[in-house]
Design a protein around this ligand. Sequence first.
Ligand SMILES: N[C@@H](CCC(=O)N[C@@H](CSC=O)C(=O)NCC(=O)O)C(=O)O
Length: 295
Amino acid sequence: MAFTIKQEIANFGGKLLKLSHESISTKTTMDVNVYLPKQFFQSTSKKIPTLYYLSGLTCTPQNASEKAFWQPQADKYGFVMVFPDTSPRGEQVPTDPENSWDFGHGAGFYVNAQKDPYAKNYQMFKYVHEELPNALSSFHYFQNKIDFVKLKSITGHSMGGFGAVSGFLKLYKDFASCSAFAPILAPSLVPWGQKAFKGYLGDEEKKLWGEYDPSVLVKSVENVDDKKILVHIGSNDPFLEKQLKPELFLAACKGTSWEKSIELHIVDGFDHSYYFISTFVPEHAEFHAKALGLV
Ligand SMILES: N[C@@H](CCC(=O)N[C@@H](CSC=O)C(=O)NCC(=O)O)C(=O)O
């Protein structure tokens, strides 16, 4: 499917492209930002790997593009950044009946909805993990110089941190590495996750909840390649105790192949914002660059 280039912006050593395309999965127009590092504009025989960044509640592709400062890191190591949107949007797309910001528009939770009226559009897992990488691969602008499908890693923030870890565990072989900032890692047990899973997957479908919940997935996905998951959470995060609850995820990992593979850092004084995220982006960039064979 073709992309429309809405804006092409010189940024650090490369370019930020603001794209949109018609999605088959969501049946809507989807926005996505792609940062092309300086290496894209130099002659290279090797394909450039990709780091996908999944944003949190209320975000569009702009939040992280403007405030996370991934771009200088992408230039430093030579990876492409992809910033997808967080949900389908538009007047015809149903949203939260309560009009709250934790469900519906801007809150697709990276699952494939099964419940009406959301199932028609909220197919974000399929969109992010299948449709988008394949569509980007065939976009002529990129001249086949980028590997969007086979050489990729994933990261994200909050709802997007959940999406990154959930997607990584479900598609273990597809990703070189995974990290997350303030992720929701036990969604079935916290209010944001319960509301989203109930609305998109159904209250009666607890088995389906487990197919996305990282705290359930770690019990069945074998970490055969001894991959690590890097996580940072601020000690002053207002959502730490009610929504993030990293202790539940650590407890779930106990006795599994993931027990020694979660590198969790609770960092003193930081909150939930992009001031926190941008502080630790360089550490996450290096972590992914190593796994992608760039250092
Ligand atoms: N209602 C507020 C707060 C919403 C918020 O904090 N959103 C976070 C993600 S929370 C978990 O997924 C966020 O990333 N906000 C965008 C930002 O640029 O900080 C609001 O609407 O901002």
